[in-house]
Ligand binder design. Structure first.
Ligand code: FMN
Length: 364
């Protein structure tokens, strides 16, 4: 039994669509909780005006009845309100009438740091828009909605997941974040930052060392690195562990099998060890600069300046929400693999029996 997610949708196309398979029947999905996470993703200083336009209403098409999962594929759509401004430019079918609105001219000046050049070369596009529309982080709205469902499932077995911002533009507090973002905006620059995600209530035993693809640390790293603009991932103390001696790097085991430190970030040997799972992700500065970098016009071959279009100054707060969803999704997948079950009560019952088996100290 595994949980899977497939999404589709261009940033300024008609909609994002998603299909989730592998959910048990009988899980209550709270609509307000899903919409709340989508709202959190849109918020934060330094985000573009588009975020005010989008309402991210989740229209469920299958797999849910009266708010409860049916154990069948869960399908949903999130419409792009902004598509109205791109109706000709992003029309799925050959557009009718005179070109109007946005996206009518081909993008031929790829942005350094975005998928424009690599995607255009790879797929043989004449218009870099054909690459950048899907590469865009708009698709993370679908991932956040799926993450909210994953969190609902995890809550049934006592696991909670929370992401937060640690740094924006090198600053470590709220005031600094606001100032750095405003200064970057004034300079027509962009910023990156660092987030962390903590999962509490995770039992020992999710993931495996059997093969490298089974390792939960590897899976979480892939889940986080799969998010646009994430260029670094750490599990627990990560890179800093490399600078310490062994005695300062590992977490001693107490009589109750708990640890007084959690430098490993709750994972040893690719398996959760019963401590909170803690991961960090680093986001590079966003590639769309209002003061564009040097580029080359792929049509004329002339030197030029990269594409400028409506864009965030930084999206680190949004990343915290997207990373939270990614970690929740991966933990929910690992939990489905371990506890299975067609009905929610099978899943919850298998978890309860397992936690009972590993209880410490053992009853004699
Ligand atoms: C939540 C979020 C919002 C983003 N917003 C923007 C944006 O407004 N402008 C931009 O140029 N890049 C933005 N990005 C980053 C690009 O999508 C990303 O850099 C691009 O797809 C290239 O992928 P790569 O950076 O992983 O190589 C955002 C990323 C995330 C996670």
């Amino acid at each position: 039994m595994t949980l899977d997610l497939t999404t589709a949708g261009e940033s300024h196309g008609p909609a994002l669509v998603a299909i989730i398979t592998g959910l048990p029947a009988g899980l209550t999905v709270d609509r307000a909780a899903v919409e709340d996470d989508l709202r959190r993703r849109r918020e934060g200083y330094g985000r573009s005006p588009r975020q005010k336009l989008e309402q991210d209403e989740v229209e469920v098409l299958a797999g849910l009845r009266h708010g409860d999962t049916l154990g069948t594929p869960l399908a949903f759509v999130i419409r792009n309100r902004d598509h109205a401004n791109w109706a000709w430019g992003m029309s799925p079918w050959p557009p009718e009438g005179e070109p109007s609105g946005k996206g009518t001219a081909a993008v031929t000046l790829p942005r350094p740091g975005h998928a424009d050049l690599a995607g255009t070369l790879k797929f043989g596009h004449a218009d870099a828009r054909n690459a950048l529309e899907r590469a865009s982080a708009r698709q993370t709205a679908a991932h956040v909605a799926a993450g909210a469902v994953a969190k609902a499932l995890l809550r049934e077995i006592g696991i909670s997941v929370a992401g937060r911002v640690l740094e924006i533009g090198g600053e470590t507090d709220d005031d600094g974040w606001r100032r750095a973002t405003e200064a970057a905006k004034a300079d027509r620059e962009t910023l990156g930052g660092v987030v962390d995600v903590t999962a509490d209530g995770v039992p020992a035993g999710l993931g495996s060392y059997a093969e490298k693809r089974d390792r939960l640390d590897a899976r979480l790293a892939a889940a986080l690195m799969g998010i646009q603009a994430v260029k670094g991932v750490e599990i627990g103390d990560g890179f800093d562990l490399a600078r310490r001696r062994g005695s300062g790097a590992h977490d001693e085991i107490e009589a109750d099998l708990r640890r007084s430190t959690n430098r490993a970030g709750g994972i040893e040997g690719g398996i959760t060890n019963g401590e909170p799972v803690v991961v960090r992700a680093a986001m590079k500065p966003l590639p769309t600069l209002m003061r564009p970098l040097r580029s080359v016009d792929l049509e004329s071959g002339e030197a030029g300046e990269a594409l400028v279009e409506r864009s965030d100054v930084q999206a680190v707060e949004a990343l915290a929400v997207v990373a939270e969803a990614a970690v929740a999704w991966e933990l929910a997948r690992a939990a489905r693999e371990k506890f299975g079950g067609d009905a929610l009560e099978d899943f919850v019952g298998a978890h309860r029996a397992y936690v009972e088996r590993i209880r410490w100290p053992r009853e004699s």
